[in-house]
Write a protein that binds this ligand. Sequence first.
Ligand code: PNS
Length: 157
Amino acid sequence: MVCPGSFDPVTNGHLDIFTRAAEQFDRVIILVTGNPAKKSGLFSVDERKELIADVTSHLPNVTVDHWAGLLVDYTTAHRVTALVKGLRSSLDYDYEQPMAQMNRRLSGVDTFFVMTDEKFGYVSSSLCKEVVKYGGDITGLVPDVVLAAMKQKFRAQ
Ligand code: PNS
């Protein structure tokens, strides 16, 4: 099973979905993918992968990879038949529905949606970046190692 996303950076909302996916599926590949709508990221793809590997190191059936092309080309090449995505709200549903249907049409891959834990319903990578950039406190919304990396990035900018 593949959990695709930008993960710039990974949040505790993502981590909750990875953990729950790892309980339901034998093998979880967290795939850092390109999103044409999101041009430049705070973290490089390698940095995102490192942070995800770090915060999922306690989950033995989870691995991390990246892919710059069409998601379905990756899933077909790796014989993956399922995608897992978190859903926070109807906004996410409206965003995800066409992608799930397009991906299924293109390759037959099915998308499974996991309802986000109520604690993380308002958490997004972009909102976390904005709050940290202007000095706000997001302790508990991202893993500590991610928060430290974000602060370092913004200090360096
Ligand atoms: O975390 P995001 O940015 O909302 O995730 C969106 C993502 C990366 C999963 C989506 O943009 C994607 O699948 N990108 C890979 C390129 C692709 O396959 N595009 C067609 C999707 S139907």
